[in-house]
Design a protein around this ligand. Sequence first.
Ligand SMILES: Nc1nc2c(ncn2[C@@H]2O[C@H](COP(=O)(O)OP(=O)(O)OP(=O)(O)O)[C@@H](O)[C@H]2O)c(=O)[nH]1
Ligand SMILES: [Mg+2]
Length: 711
Amino acid sequence: MRKIHLDKIRNIGIIAHIDAGKTTTSERILFYSGKSYKLGEVNNGTAVMDWMVQEQERGITITAAATTCHWKDFTLNLIDTPGHVDFTVEVERSLKVLDGAVVVFCGVGGVEPQSETVWRQADRYNVPRIAFVNKMDRTASNFFETLNQIRTRLGANAAAIQLPFGEEENFKGVIDLIVQKLLVYKDDLGKEIETLDIPYEKIEQVKLYRNELLEKLAEVDDVIIEKFLHNKDIAIGEIKEAIRRTTISNKFTPVLCGSAFRNKGIQFLLDAVVEYLPSPKDLPPIKGINPKTGDFEEITASDKAPFCGLCFKVASDPFVGKLNYIRVYSGSLSSGKYLYNATGRVKERLTKLVRMHANHQEIIEHVFTGDIVAAVGLSQTKTGDTLCDETNPILVEEMRFPEPVIQQAIEPKTKDDQERLGMALHKMVEEDPSFHVSYNQETGQTIISGMGQLHLEVITDRILREFNVAVGVGEPEVAYRETVTKKVNSTGKFIQQSGGRGQYGHVVIELEPQETCGTGITFENKIKGGTIPQEFIPSVKEGIFETAKSGVLANYPVTDIKVTLVDGSFHEVDSSELAFKMAAGIALTSGLRKANPILLEPIMDMEITLPEEYMGSVIGDLTSRRAKIAAINSRSNMRAIRADVPLAEIFNYATVLRSLSQGRATYTMEPSHYMEVPSHISEKIISGFSPTGAKKSFKKQRLTKIVSPRP
Ligand SMILES: Nc1nc2c(ncn2[C@@H]2O[C@H](COP(=O)(O)OP(=O)(O)OP(=O)(O)O)[C@@H](O)[C@H]2O)c(=O)[nH]1
Ligand SMILES: [Mg+2]
């Protein structure tokens, strides 16, 4: 029997632009909830959530860390995510399984580029959120400007439910607009809070913002609009209920403020989390596909329902080995039991269940609906796999991960380490869906690809420290993609009949470009009436996805295509999974050749913040780099240029920008989308590649950096 009622669970993530204070806020949550006895700081490497050495050394979060703590009689499963765009996959997978999020904003920076990114990610998963404007103690922090930007840049129906009291270094506490009280911190640790009446000089401002709060609620809530229009009193309880209703239905975002570093505002943030963010049962049931029938089914958030959980993260632990992080959507589970992996179609035995506290584990015996836990013993389960009850198989919608944009060659420093490097890379791929490894037949080199230079740097550093393999790496290069521009039909046959049991696979596919870019590969099965038996369909899909890993132009992975299986045939005896997989691969390759293939390159969404006087030279330089300027805005007393720039043009841009602006400009960028490579450039790239492996072979990458222990 479960001890914690489902109503009392909050699964929340902390998301934000890099450095907004997510980890500092998480550390305070752990402290005030009694989970940590000491305040952890990012600055001196004592933050429990930033447990990796690479995080502590660099002062940034790299991997999403999960923990569980309690606030009042609620249980909070909390995930602190990284802000750096190279680790965006961590935000993506966390949002997939979380029920709510706290979006942290820097009170000085306001809505920064990655604040927009994570906001859009949360939009995509329909995650209800509350906003926390942090760093109110800092010079030039501006709560009202940030609130304004949340509305204008993010398009949120947001309103303050608190106002800051005191500014910058005199920031002392908050005014609660709902109960109309001033809450002042009396000590540095933020434990003693005094509740006072609103000071006289603040009464007008409080009236104004309280009214604005009610107005914004009235726009989206029938109960409030009714009372508001008729000028009736609205009770505190009614306001809170309306905030809860509208936050959960994603129609409203309450905005709070504080200073995590100065220990102010966190208890009220926790109150807001439990009051306004949903419990697992407050959200509409998620849908899954029954693999037997192909029909959609609702997954009921109840312990009594059959088990269904999603593995959203895989990590390796030095002591227990592989850990599978699971969000339980329905049913319950005990350690020692068997589970069915509906994605991989294998049965797995769960040897141990643990509750994660950053990198520490607490052994538990049972898990229930709504829990976020880690499992040991699931050797075949990967990120994105659905685990369920074998008699009630179900598939939760697959997760989509971003395509890597840069790649480099990697080799072990000594030949003896080849095998261990292979093992290390295998582990990394298992953990990180945005990290890919491929082997270039032409050059005999292993190529690693990822989301950015920092991403690959952290991976090579981990290979050295965790696996003790020193490696050499090449210069990072652009990871191009291939796609098609025309719709074609293509047939693939894999037939071998040489006495005895043969092979027979025959498929007809439709191959077409996807309308929107960045969608990867979509596979649809339109086979009717058993032309190809259902049992072979997954193999056809597998064949398509595997073949799409290397395209027909220059061996780059294929993306943004839709493949529809429309026809085919089978043989009673000779047909096998392998034969259909091969046939699908043949169909795809010949289809790609016919469908006017093109090369795609990653385009980065870049924001450069700089003083006005450098605008001319920076814009001039950007234009020479094939950039498209999207907007020029003001940021405090600086200017901000927003541009789309091909990644190929901005390697080592930091050095360029430094010299153009005497070190006064800064920039952030993130992969935005793929675009066709202009033909004169694409010809050069393709001519460097020969599918026959004959004379014009791929250039072998020169290794330019060695990652090995310092002497
Ligand atoms: N003055 C001030 N500094 C803060 C506050 N919150 C965080 N910081 C500082 O801001 C820096 C970044 O804080 P983190 O908590 O690591 O930020 P983060 O959002 O977790 O960063 P990433 O995980 O790397 O994206 C650290 O130096 C913190 O001490 C605050 O309220 N006031
Ligand atoms: Mg952090």
